[in-house]
Design a protein around this ligand. Structure first.
Ligand code: HEC
Length: 108
């Protein structure tokens, strides 16, 4: 029984991260995030995989990262600042950050 519960939990985790993957990646492309970020290599900013490895999946972490994208950020990965993105909705920020934070579950 316990194994079944764990299997089901893992399965829903996997399927939900695949859904985030589609939506989050599309939004990141649409919003020009890939001008400075790539999946695996450091470009102007850290790779999204690096970001995913650095942070946990807590709700609070997500909120902090959403705020950093919205208001801009500097000093966490080096001296190059990330510009502010004031026009992106909280819903879209939420989807993108959820996608980024769950990249460490995917073999990509
Ligand atoms: C002009 C270049 C640029 C663009 C465009 C950009 N970023 Fe960044 N991003 C950076 C840099 C540089 C950093 C590292 C900032 C730092 O050291 O605090 C960063 C950091 C981050 C971080 C990690 C923040 C932290 O404190 O660890 C996330 C998450 C992120 N970016 C997501 C995004 C998303 C999503 C978009 C698209 C909406 C985006 N970025 C667009 C340059 C950019």
């Amino acid at each position: 029984m316990r194994n079944l519960t764990i299997t089901l939990a893992l399965f829903s985790l996997l399927t939900s991260s695949i859904i985030f993957s589609e939506e989050g990646k599309k939004l990141a492309q649409k919003n020009g995030c890939f001008a400075c970020h790539s999946m695996k290599l450091r470009v102007v900013g850290p790779s999204f995989n690096e970001v995913s490895n650095k942070y946990d999946h807590a709700n609070n972490t997500k909120k902090i990262l959403m705020k950093k994208i919205k208001n801009g950020s500097r000093g966490n990965w080096g001296n190059v600042p990330m510009i502010a993105h004031p026009k992106i909705s909280d819903k879209d920020l939420d989807t993108m950050v959820t996608w980024i934070l769950h990249l460490d579950y995917q073999a990509n």
